[in-house]
Design a protein around this ligand. Structure first.
Ligand SMILES: O=C(O)CCC(=O)C(=O)O
Ligand SMILES: [Fe+2]
Length: 279
């Protein structure tokens, strides 16, 4: 009976804020503390900066095809399905390519990181990149999803991959707190590519019932059928910050062939006085 029960997804309440302007640190901290589920800031950074990052991504000699079962192209490193040694080595190798996405720009990812570091420092909390003896995380990774059909990135949660990270990862401690996922959009297609967020925060039992215990990916349409959701209509220059524990995905894309590019990273409390940041 109990496995049956866990197959019916519980509805978790969501608190959402959408506005135009600049992201601020009190809103970011609200997401970190689990008070806000999703924050969508429209026109959060300039189209000039967005275009330059997109041009750098498309022309990058570090652009690769994902080979871990998630269709997409990327610049940077992902800890998804990797042990710490592999992830941090990948991050070190990818760093020049990640840095080259921004060249000489005053970029919006480092701006968020810097402002948050300053504010948390004032509160006696350290913010830093996750690290190990093998190296250090990068500030972000660039991703262009290429799934075809209903979703270009299937519904998933970002916590399973952190939970299974293991003891050699200092960031595994974050899985017991909010895993905040920061997404910045330097390029969006004409149609679709929206971020869809379901009112459901899976438990370990839920993941086991869906066969996604270690990945959190992908949740089936049937499982999510009765769950309410919100869809964020994203445009170039927008930022979406979400509690990555909630199931989310990216809708299918169409249009004039303009590609969708997201700069993504994760962060969360590892201890009351330490927030870690990684990709
Ligand atoms: O591309 C997006 O909007 C979301 C990306 C995401 O969910 C992820 O990288 O885990
Ligand atoms: Fe995600």
């Amino acid at each position: 009976m109990s496995s049956q029960i866990s197959q019916v997804p519980a509805i978790s309440p969501v608190s959402i804020k959408e506005r135009t302007g600049s992201i601020n640190t009190s809103e970011i901290i609200s997401v970190l503390k689990g008070e806000l589920t999703a924050l969508h800031i429209k026109q959060a950074f300039s189209t000039e900066v967005a275009e330059e990052i997109t041009t750098n991504f498309i022309g990058s000699s570090g652009l690769r095809e994902r080979k871990d079962g998630v269709p997409g192209q990327y610049v940077g490193a992902s800890h998804y399905r990797k042990d710490a040694a592999t992830y941090f080595a990948d991050a070190e190798n990818a760093r020049p390519y990640v840095d080259a996405l921004f060249k000489n720009l005053v970029d919006p990812v480092r701006a968020v990181f810097g402002a948050l570091k300053r504010e948390l420092h004032n509160q006696g909390i350290e913010l830093r990149l996750a690290r190990s003896e093998h190296g250090q995380a990068n500030v972000c990774r660039g991703l262009s999803w290429s799934g075809t059909g209903t979703f270009s990135l299937d519904p998933h949660d970002d916590v399973a991959q952190v939970l299974r990270a293991g003891d050699d990862y200092e960031l595994s401690a974050v899985a017991h707190n909010t895993v905040a996922a920061l997404n910045l959009y330097p390029s969006m297609p004409e149609q679709g590519g929206n971020l869809k967020l379901w009112s459901h925060k899976p438990t370990v039992a839920d993941r086991i019932s869906q066969g996604v215990e270690t990945t959190g990916y992908p949740y089936s349409a049937a499982y999510l059928e009765a769950v309410p959701y919100r869809e964020f209509e994203l445009k170039t220059g927008d930022i979406a910050l979400i509690d990555g524990g909630f199931v989310h995905g990216v809708t299918g894309q169409s249009g004039d062939g303009k590609r969708r590019l997201v700069l993504n990273c994760f962060f969360g409390f590892a201890r009351p006085d330490l927030v870690l940041w990684w990709t």
